[in-house]
Design a protein. Structure first.
Length: 260
């Protein structure tokens, strides 16, 4: 960790964190803003009495935007859509397994997301990229405090829970209705990924792979091939993200991590 400049009110302590360049993770990251923090900030002006007690949604939205500003431009400006697995119109093999079709589509998505990252495993497979960013700790603390207050309001049916239910009704997911807790879940995924400090040995192994291209005008990153030890560190990161995005479901978590 490094220290930024002191101000009269705070010390800007910044921390290094790993961020996956994965549309599935980024979908949750951006939804934390559009489906929860931005509507709450609007409600702070229109109906402040209905906010959960102690919640400052304007500060929370500013903290999210500060975190977003640390990401590479491509991750900030491109808001991905979730991948939907669709059944083919006709089955060439009526006995074909649904599992086989899902695996095939998952392979296509994995290859599409990883293409051009320049991050290659020892087995010759291109990986989903990982980025090293430097985030202000107080921004993560602000978001964590808001998440704690929101979830407490929902679980204990405190003031503000009705507002959260109304916001959820106005922001459905593409595959079905959202709930107030699912809106908070997007913010939880962000924080569970970015708050824990990466293991020092894994960060040391991965850091050389996360450097920018040697040439400033390079259109694609220079090829970086992971050693066996670096591959193990990368897999540990992938499995951790998968467990965060798919909590409590070992099958979904394994499928998510396999994409990396």
């Amino acid at each position: 960790m490094t220290l930024g400049e002191d101000t009269p009110t705070t010390v800007d302590v910044r921390c290094e964190r790993l961020v996956p360049g994965d549309p599935a993770w980024l979908w949750h990251f951006h939804r934390a803003r559009t489906m929860l923090l931005a509507p709450l900030a609007a409600a702070a002006e229109e109906q402040p009495a209905q906010l959960p007690d102690g919640v400052d949604p304007v500060a929370a939205l500013a903290a999210w935007e500060a975190v977003c500003a640390t990401l590479p431009e491509a991750l900030r400006n491109h808001v991905p859509e979730p991948v939907e697995f669709t059944e083919p119109e006709e089955l060439t093999d009526p006995a074909g397994s649904v599992v086989d079709r899902v695996i095939r589509q998952a392979v296509e998505e994995r290859d599409r997301v990883a293409r051009g990252s320049g991050l290659w495993g020892p087995d010759g497979r291109e990986h989903i990229p990982v980025h090293l960013v430097e985030i202000a700790e107080h921004d993560l603390d602000t978001l964590a405090d808001v998440l704690d207050r929101l979830t407490r309001a929902l679980h204990e049916r405190l003031n503000g829970s009705a507002l959260l239910y109304r916001i959820a009704a106005l922001h459905p997911y593409p595959l079905g209705p959202s709930t107030a807790l699912s809106l908070c879940g997007n913010l939880r995924i962000l924080l569970d990924t970015l708050r824990p400090e990466p293991a020092a040995e894994d960060l040391a192994l991965l850091r050389p792979l996360l450097a920018p291209p040697a040439r400033a005008d390079a259109r694609e990153p220079a090829a970086r091939v992971l050693t066996t030890e670096q591959e193990a560190a990368y897999r540990r990161f992938a499995y951790r993200v998968a467990d965060i995005v798919c909590p409590g479901d070992m099958r979904e978590s394994a499928s998510f991590a396999w994409r990396y």
